[in-house]
Design a protein around this ligand. Structure first.
Ligand code: HEM
Length: 406
């Protein structure tokens, strides 16, 4: 069964409208977002436990943390190991979206490419995009059919896909809704994983390169949360420096540097420039978040730039106004992502030390600050040293994990 993700559908398409409404019901609704707190806590403890016990695999643990949250909310499936088939499929599809998305985006930047047949020499990008599309379809089919079988058998766990299937069956609309349900689920995983991962990987890189930031953050968490418990979502609001770190990580990483191309549905006049209907326009998010006038030394990770910022200045300086896109297409997963990032960052700061790794001669390895670009922007793999801050922190994480049943 073929489908089209809402991201690539025109604004007035009925399928896009349905998909957006469903995604918002799960990711942009206050009550729904609150109901994910137990999942978020459990996955945060698992993340900490993995980082304490197998620190060299931190990139994989972050990937798993992000995938586990999305998979549980979307399909009701708990990822229990690194070789979980859902995780492997999602990873393949995410890499595909990132690479193939860049290829597909070329068509939006240069619409004439749309008319080049895929067999033509030089049209390799188009063949690649088609191959990636196939990988993404395969990666969505397995979890989707798994949930559908369980819905039919009456054994499905709570999830977005299960509730949409149940509703469609009740309304007798399963045949016409099925393609859009698959498309919505596929879009969530494609749009939500690489982006959140990029922010968390950038945060770890920043802690390696700017140790004074980590030290300040640890002092704040120790003062507010103490050392006898792990941070909770209720602590948000009492941790202004951590808040600045998250804001700076969003700005510094700018995970979708050129956003998603938008197509004008009517002629526009922008500051005297006439832009005809049908034109493709790009929001240069990277340029906005690295504008020297708003952010001095923009390539430096400096959370203090947001500390004690007046509300009216923050209104224009908050990178959230750019990094999640614009207008009616603005990212519907922004609050979900922001909360997940808060929990991961605060819990890591509270329980772990992050520092430069050393080579065999004992010399510090300083990772270079560079980002791979494509549809999403993220730091290339780097090495660092991650160690528990104390035996007490390790015991608390193990105890919390044991007390929570899957
Ligand atoms: C830090 C993490 C994230 C960043 C930086 C980010 C950024 C973006 C950006 C720039 C867009 C394009 C908006 C536009 O067209 O103007 C977008 C769209 C989208 N994002 Fe996110 N996103 C993040 C996390 C998530 C998560 C966790 C989800 C899961 C639900 C998600 C779901 C979506 C969807 C479904 C769209 C397409 C919206 C549409 O076309 O109507 N994103 N995101």
């Amino acid at each position: 069964m073929q489908w089209d993700s809402s991201v690539f559908l025109p604004y007035d398409s009925e399928s896009r409208r349905k998909q957006r409404k469903w995604i918002e019901s799960a990711f942009n609704d206050k009550a729904a977002l609150q109901s994910y707190e137990p999942i978020r806590q459990r996955e945060t403890y698992k993340l900490l436990h993995s980082l304490m016990n197998e620190p060299e695999g931190f990139a994989m643990h972050v990937k798993r943390f992000v995938a586990a949250l999305l998979t549980e909310v979307t399909y009701g499936h708990t990822i229990k190991s690194l070789d979980d088939p859902y995780l492997l499929l999602m990873d393949r599809a995410t890499r595909g979206t990132s690479e193939g998305g860049a290829a597909a985006a070329l068509v939006d930047f240069f619409p004439v490419l749309r008319f080049i047949p895929s067999w033509m020499p030089g049209a390799g990008f188009k063949r690649h995009a088609l191959k990636v599309r196939e990988i993404i379809h395969q990666a969505t089919s397995l979890p989707y059919h798994d949930v559908k079988d369980k819905v039919l058998a009456g054994t499905a766990r709570t999830s977005l896909v299960a509730s949409l299937l149940q509703e469609a069956r009740r309304n007798g609309t399963l045949a016409q809704d099925e393609r859009d349900i698959m498309a919505a689920a596929s879009t969530i995983n494609g749009a939500g994983s690489d982006t959140t991962k990029s922010v968390l990987a950038s945060f770890v890189l920043a802690m390696v390169v700017y140790p004074e930031v980590l030290e300040k953050a640890q002092n704040e968490v120790d003062r507010v949360v103490g050392v006898d418990r792990l941070p909770q979502i209720e602590d948000r609001g009492k941790l202004p420096y951590i808040e600045c770190i998250i804001t700076e990580a969003l700005r510094w990483s700018s995970p979708v540097p050129l956003g998603i191309p938008h197509c004008l549905t009517e002629d526009d006049n922008y500051r005297g420039y006439i832009i005809p209907r049908g034109s493709t326009v790009l929001g240069n998010i990277w340029a906005m978040t690295h504008d020297e006038e708003t952010y001095s030394d923009p390539s430096i990770f400096r959370p203090e730039r947001f500390l004690n910022m007046k509300a009216e200045v923050m209104e224009t300086a908050d990178p959230r106004a750019a990094v999640f896109g614009f207008g009616r297409r603005i990212c519907p997963g922004r609050y979900f992502a922001d909360t997940n990032i808060f929990m991961a960052v605060t819990s890591i700061v509270a329980t772990l030390n992050i520092a430069k790794a050393r080579d065999s001669t004992g010399k510090e390895i300083v990772p270079s600050i560079e980002f791979c670009s494509g549809l999403t922007r993220h730091p290339p793999e780097f090495v660092c040293s991650i160690t528990p801050r104390s035996q007490r922190a390790m015991d608390m994480v193990s105890k919390m994990l044991m007390s929570l049943s899957d």
